[in-house]
Design a protein around this ligand. Structure first.
Ligand SMILES: *[C@@H]1O[C@H](CO)[C@@H](O)[C@H](O)[C@H]1NC(C)=O
Ligand SMILES: *[C@@H]1O[C@H](CO)[C@@H](O)[C@H](O)[C@H]1NC(C)=O
Ligand SMILES: *[C@@H]1O[C@H](CO)[C@@H](O)[C@H](O)[C@H]1NC(C)=O
Ligand SMILES: *[C@@H]1O[C@H](CO)[C@@H](O)[C@H](O)[C@H]1NC(C)=O
Ligand SMILES: *[C@@H]1O[C@H](CO)[C@@H](O)[C@H](O)[C@H]1NC(C)=O
Ligand SMILES: *[C@@H]1O[C@H](CO)[C@@H](O)[C@H](O)[C@H]1NC(C)=O
Length: 759
């Protein structure tokens, strides 16, 4: 290439990158991206999974432009206060208000006594399921929090209660009656229970109304005011109850109601302000686009740009859409406007200059500090095991906080699952999402119990955990009995594959079902094995007198030790045979005979271990060899077929109910299916391009640990029941050990006494 050509290329590349603005597009809109690829377009698609991924890309400058909803803008100001810039807002063309909404409290014009003057009064609320205004739980509860102080509960007994119960209980003591329709909890059982116990908070909804909506007589409809709008209904509830009644509604609808529907009574009502004063709804007040005082002002959704290019982006947007409206016609400008800004109902208002996210929201709506906000139930501490998991957890925490979900979350990063399990046991963390592999250790050693099971998409290979026994094809083993005195490979001591073998060995009577020391049982049956962690206290299943060294002698260090002393039993990657891939490497070792492991990712894992499918064969649970070599999903062949993962907490944690319901709430807002997604953050998706953080990417929801409806759940519970039902000679952990010791003493004493008496 000559100098001239090179220069041309450099100029061209420079020109192309300078001209192209990378616009976040969620879930690849093919038509849009193709249209933008056409010559002349200054924008290119930057495909992202979620708006949160877009924010992360804008922050590090790998995307240039993103569009964020109202609540996403609030979240952005919290997570990235200075890192990215708001260049414009997007509003509804039919609305001139400077805010997306203002939430106001309307009372009788004769009201006195500020907030306290409402004690014993009535409360009309638009409802927790109203979608027209996109009010978050935080917005929906703003007023009641201030007047009834539902966030202060100095003397409340919180044990076994949910955040919702404490809140509704306090509220019901402040207002004598109310209509607060819609779900009070994401957990339907809790919701139904509270609705029946606190029915006074539903008594204004109408006769025989199950608190789902208003069924009061709305009278004849008036053009321009929708009788079925919840805010209008709440205002009607206020009008008919009048004295000592408050309606918490959107200012926009207050104007409609009192200027169009009921102008004759407008001046008999007033807006109640945060300082307790009131503003009569005169025509002058009602003519104003902004409320005389309000409890929440919501910023409009925004166009946000990466910091380094924000001024440039602002200039460019003004060129693309000079009037801020859909230009129409068949150009890329129109296509892009329709796709990311909105159709004909959206209008862009440009900032004079780009401002930081926090600068934009602060003057409109600010949230109390995440650590200083009061709540009756302390933040539930989520244990994470990597920096990336921690980052994802922190965004979930920030989003939950922005939306006002309670109790709040905190995130604690540890190095591995065992540190998390120990922290939860020691009450320095509250919960963790844990693979089924740790299920037995978590129950037996750490005394934890499941709050939820994680549900995975049925079509995905990771939907359930499957454990198999794999032999080398060259092996002369045909039955479990043949395994005595051989060499075995396990991914981890006490892990799911290990205990699945123990259970099968019990079934086949090759190890005594009265031997409850599962390290002795396995260690004495095999010649030796690699069961990483077998000598570590963190993995102890029982108080054992067994020297488990032979459960480690098959293990090999990843990096050979020069001295030749290659003894290793670590449960991390320093042990070459640790984990499911490690167990296959272990099986590839000519000295070993069998490996017990999980099937997840088996094809890739076999390749990693250098094994061909034709070199291995499964030994089935019914004690026959699989008919073919390789690995098949034959259900009868599996040693275990159980759930994939679960959420663990301390056994008997008095706050377990509130955690359980919090998880339901997170699933509602950030889960797989959501009708009320205010923030595009997905708990079960890859985060920032990294898969399987906190949850596997294939997760679709959570279920109850004891609501055993499917086979894997039943199997999982049965496996632990089987293991825990062992009542042989060995004693389980400390507490029980003492008990057994006492009963043995009792037994000896009794038999001595019997002998004495007999002679
Ligand atoms: C209230 O909700 C019920 C169902 O829960 C519905 O049948 C009814 O039509 C609704 N009433 C009004 C006035 O919207
Ligand atoms: C943000 O606001 C502060 C004070 O209101 C102002 O001094 C600062 O220049 C603003 N910064 C940006 C980038 O908008
Ligand atoms: C099976 O093979 C092992 C060595 O791999 C050998 O020690 C043993 O005797 C063989 N057993 C039978 C029954 O052939
Ligand atoms: C366990 O056995 C190994 C080898 O058999 C021995 O080196 C080690 O000292 C023993 N450990 C204990 C605690 O007895
Ligand atoms: C054991 O299970 C395998 C795999 O499903 C099956 O092919 C075989 O017929 C079963 N054998 C017996 C004896 O049930
Ligand atoms: C609802 O919450 C309770 C705890 O208060 C829990 O026991 C129950 O399993 C949860 N889920 C459902 C679907 O009710």
């Amino acid at each position: 290439m000559g100098f001239k050509e090179l220069l041309a290329v450099i100029l061209f590349v420079g020109y192309a990158t300078a001209q192209n603005y990378r616009v976040c597009v969620v879930n690849g809109n093919q038509d849009l991206c193709a249209a933008l690829d056409n010559a002349g377009s200054q924008a290119v698609c930057d495909n992202v999974r979620t708006k949160v991924d877009c924010a992360l890309r804008l922050e590090r400058g790998s995307a240039d432009i993103g569009v964020f909803s109202e609540e996403e803008t609030m979240l952005l100001a919290h997570q990235f206060p200075q890192q990215t810039h708001v260049v414009a807002t997007i509003r509804d063309v039919s609305r001139q208000e400077p805010f997306a909404f203002e939430a106001v409290a309307i009372v009788s014009g004769a009201h006195t006594g500020g907030f306290e003057g409402l004690r014993g009064g009535k409360y009309c609320h638009p409802g927790f399921d109203q979608t027209e205004q996109r009010w978050s739980p935080r917005v929906l509860k703003t007023f009641e929090k201030l007047v009834a102080r539902t966030d202060r509960c100095p003397d409340t007994q919180t044990d076994r209660k949910t955040a919702e119960e404490i809140e509704v209980d306090t509220l019901s003591k402040f207002f004598t009656s109310a209509c607060r329709p819609g779900p009070w909890s994401a957990n339907t059982t809790v919701d139904a229970d509270l609705k029946s116990r606190y029915s006074s908070l539903c008594s204004l909804c109408g006769d025989n109304n199950p608190c789902t909506n208003y069924s009061i007589d709305m009278g004849v409809g008036v053009t321009g005011v929708q009788n079925n709008n919840r805010h209008i209904q709440a205002l009607e509830c206020l009008r008919v109850n009048n004295e000592r009644t408050v309606a918490f509604v959107a200012w926009q609808h207050v104007r409609e109601y009192f200027t169009i529907r009921n102008p004759q009574v407008a001046t008999s009502f007033a807006a109640l302000c945060e300082d307790g004063s009131i503003r009569i709804l005169t025509s002058e007040v009602l003519n104003s686009l902004t409320a005389p005082c309000s409890f929440v002002k919501q910023p409009w959704s925004t166009i946000v740009a990466t910091r380094a290019r924000s001024a440039e982006v602002l200039t460019r947007l003004r060129e693309w859409w000079p009037n801020g409206v859909n230009p129409g016609g068949n150009t890329w400008h129109t296509t892009l406007f329709n796709s990311i800004i909105g159709g004909n109902n959206a209008r862009i208002y440009y900032q004079d200059v780009p401002v930081t996210n926090l600068n934009y929201t602060q003057s409109i709506r600010s949230l109390p500090g995440i650590d200083s906000s009061s709540s009756c139930i302390p933040a539930r501490r989520w244990c994470t095991i990597s920096a990336q998991e921690h980052a994802k957890c922190n965004w979930i925490r920030g989003a939950a906080y922005t939306l006002g979900i309670e109790p709040s979350l905190s995130c604690q990063q540890k190095n591995n699952m065992f540190e998390c399990l120990a922290d939860i046991r020691d009450n320095t963390a509250d919960f963790v999402v844990s693979a089924a592999n740790y299920g037995y250790l978590a129950r037996q050693h750490f005394r934890l119990s499941p709050v939820k099971l994680v549900e995975n998409s049925r079509s995905s290979p990771s939907s359930f955990t499957r454990v198999v026994a794999l032999l080398k094809e060259s092996s002369n083993i045909t039955r479990f009995e043949n395994l005595r005195g051989r060499k075995a490979c396990f991914p981890e001591f006490g892990g799911l594959s290990y205990v699945a073998f123990v259970r099968t060995a019990h079934e086949r009577s090759i190890i005594s079902s009265s031997e409850c020391d599962y390290s002795r049982a396995v260690g004495e049956f095999f010649d030796s094995a690699c069961a990483p962690g077998a000598l570590d206290n963190s993995h102890a299943l029982t108080e054992s007198t067994y020297n488990a060294t032979n459960l480690c002698t098959v293990c090999k260090p990843r990096v050979p030790v020069p001295s030749g002393d290659d003894f290793v039993c670590s449960f991390d990657d320093t042990n070459k045979y640790y984990g499911n891939v490690g167990s296959l490497s272990c099986l590839a070792d000519p000295d070993t005979d069998i490996a017990f492991l999980e099937l997840y990712n088996i094809d890739a894992n076999l390749r990693t271990a250098g094994l061909q499918p034709s070199q291995v064969r499964m030994l089935c649970r019914n004690n026959t060899l699989a008919l073919t070599t390789g690995v098949t999903l034959d259900q009868n062949c599996l040693l275990a077929f159980v759930v994939d993962s679960e959420i663990l907490a301390r056994r008997n944690d008095p706050l377990a109910n509130s955690l359980n319901v919090l998880l339901d709430t997170l699933d509602l807002h950030f889960g797989f299916v959501s009708n009320s997604r205010l923030i595009d953050l997905r708990m079960y998706f890859a985060f920032d391009g990294v898969s399987d953080l906190l949850f596997r990417d294939t997760a679709v929801g959570m279920s109850e640990p004891n609501g055993a409806v499917n086979e894997p759940t039943r199997n999982y519970n049965e496996l632990f029941q089987h293991l825990e039902s062992c009542t042989g000679s060995a004693s389980p952990l400390p507490g029980l050990a003492t008990k057994n010791f006492l009963s043995i003493v009792t037994l000896i004493v009794t038999s001595v006494m019997t002998r004495i008496l007999m002679f």
